[in-house]
Design a protein around this ligand. Structure first.
Ligand SMILES: Cc1cc2nc3c(=O)[nH]c(=O)nc-3n(C[C@H](O)[C@H](O)[C@H](O)COP(=O)(O)O)c2cc1C
Length: 179
């Protein structure tokens, strides 16, 4: 699929079919994650693939945003492994001490997975509307591994439709400056 067609095909799915995601598709999604660029190639991402009934029940106990997805990828980063500035920088008056790119790295990984899933005919939802502590309490994550977002994945239910926000994109003149 042409890239812009792929980007146009994706929409946030919040109601899923019970059909499980095939293992070959999960493997392709994870390979797309593996190929993602990260700052200084540190690859700090840590992905937890939640697909057992137990793991899905656990994530649903921590957030409503997993909806009824048959697969949820908990995207984390080992923050200390990510590239960071060696010294203090000042951005428009705000001091950023040792700015760390872990969240950017995790976002790129998640975006690769979201688009790979779209190409495979799957629906997805990128989720950040959860309480981090609730997720940390629910999962016994390794030391220093911090949740960055969730990616719900599955086949959209027959009645699932894009929300109205999907159709609202600002014109380029509002978000782009050409110099
Ligand atoms: C960083 C990020 C966080 C998001 N968090 C949530 C969330 O917690 N819950 C939710 O229902 N949608 C969430 N979304 C989905 C957005 O609301 C959605 O992408 C946006 O409204 C545009 O709609 P579309 O994805 O259907 O085009 C998130 C999207 C992004 C990129």
């Amino acid at each position: 699929m042409d890239f812009l067609d792929l980007a146009r095909t994706r929409w946030s799915v919040r109601d899923y079919d019970a059909r499980p995601v095939e293992q070959e598709k999960i493997d392709r999604i994870l390979e797309a994650a593996r190929l993602a660029p990260t700052g200084a190639n540190r690859q700090p991402q840590r992905l937890f693939v939640l697909k057992s009934d137990e793991a899905l029940a656990t994530v649903r106990s921590a957030t409503r945003m997993a909806f009824n997805a048959p697969l949820v990828i908990l995207v984390c980063a080992k923050v200390d492994e990510a590239w960071h500035n060696k010294r203090e920088t000042v951005m428009r008056g705000t001091t950023c001490d040792m700015y760390n790119v872990a969240e950017m790295d995790a976002s790129i990984v998640c975006d690769h997975m979201q688009l790979a899933a779209t190409e495979l005919g799957l629906g997805t939802l990128w989720v950040r509307g959860y309480d981090t502590q609730a997720l940390l309490d629910a999962f016994d994550l390794p030391e220093g591994v911090v949740p960055m977002c969730l990616l719900d994945v599955g086949y959209p239910s027959e009645t699932a439709r894009p929300a109205s926000l999907h159709f609202e994109r600002k014109p380029l003149e509002e978000t782009v400056v050409v110099m």
